[in-house]
Design a protein around this ligand. Structure first.
Ligand SMILES: [Zn+2]
Length: 236
């Protein structure tokens, strides 16, 4: 008789196999669906290897196939991993009086192509670190959220963006300028978008990998930005 891993009840039934071929049960007492005999408990080193694979543009499905670990488990590890990392606001250097911000918005989608999500970012030109990001639609409201997400000390900095009207409405006229790409004033921010697309599968154009939910999309973006900022902090 099998005992539920969660509530210890024996009132459970077989529930087929998961994607990796492990037999599952459904506990009628607490409602849980789990693997009958977990293969083994993964070591910290094994988890780290899998997490690193996830950060190399691989999709969760790809990592699932290679390591034989379900996407749900990997997603759980990623969530737990992000919680051990510092907040984005603690990953970049303090502003100096003459710092300049470059702003841009880049699209990806969640679940289906029609559901576009724009990633709005603010980069400090001196440190190349991302000092604020938000994900949402392309409206003024989301642009305002970017402004609000800026650390107080960066709000007095001069900033540059493209001609998208929302910037003009959300950022103060005294310090913000809309410029064309040819000026090069948003070049670093645009270059970063390419880096993002290069490293994170869900931002690759024409991609088949995409996030199924907003929360996970935000989490993966946050993870990338934290690691990007921290890697720069070490070199500045
Ligand atoms: Zn149970």
């Amino acid at each position: 008789m099998h005992q539920c891993h969660v509530c210890r009840s024996t009132n459970s039934i077989k529930n087929g196999t998961n994607r990796c071929g492990n037999a599952q049960y459904h506990c009628k007492n607490c409602g849980t669906y789990r693997v009958l005999k977990p293969r083994h408990v993964y070591s910290e080193a094994e988890k780290q290897t899998v997490l690193q694979a996830c950060q190399g543009r691989s999709s969760l499905r790809g990592v699932e196939r290679i390591f034989g670990i379900t996407r749900q488990t990997i997603a759980r590890w990623i969530k737990a991993h992000v919680q051990t990392l510092p907040d984005v606001k603690d990953t970049f250097l303090a502003a100096t009086a003459d710092d300049v911000l470059e702003l841009d918005e880049t699209w990806s989608f969640v679940f289906k192509k029609e559901y576009k999500r724009w990633l709005w970012t603010a980069m400090c030109r001196r440190t190349r670190q991302i000092v604020a990001f938000v994900i949402g639609d392309r409206s003024k409201a989301t642009c305002l959220r970017l402004w609000e997400a800026l650390p107080h000390e960066y709000k007095t900095c001069h900033s540059f963006s493209d001609f998208w009207a929302a910037y003009r409405e959300a950022f103060p006229v005294e310090t913000h300028r809309c410029v064309g790409k040819e000026t090069g004033d948003t070049a670093h921010m645009e270059r970063w978008n390419n880096t993002l697309r290069q490293r994170v599968g869900r931002y690759v154009r024409q991609t088949l990998s995409f996030s199924k939910c907003d929360a996970f999309h935000h989490l993966i973006t946050q993870l990338f930005i934290i690691q990007y900022n921290l890697s720069l902090s070490l070199t500045i």
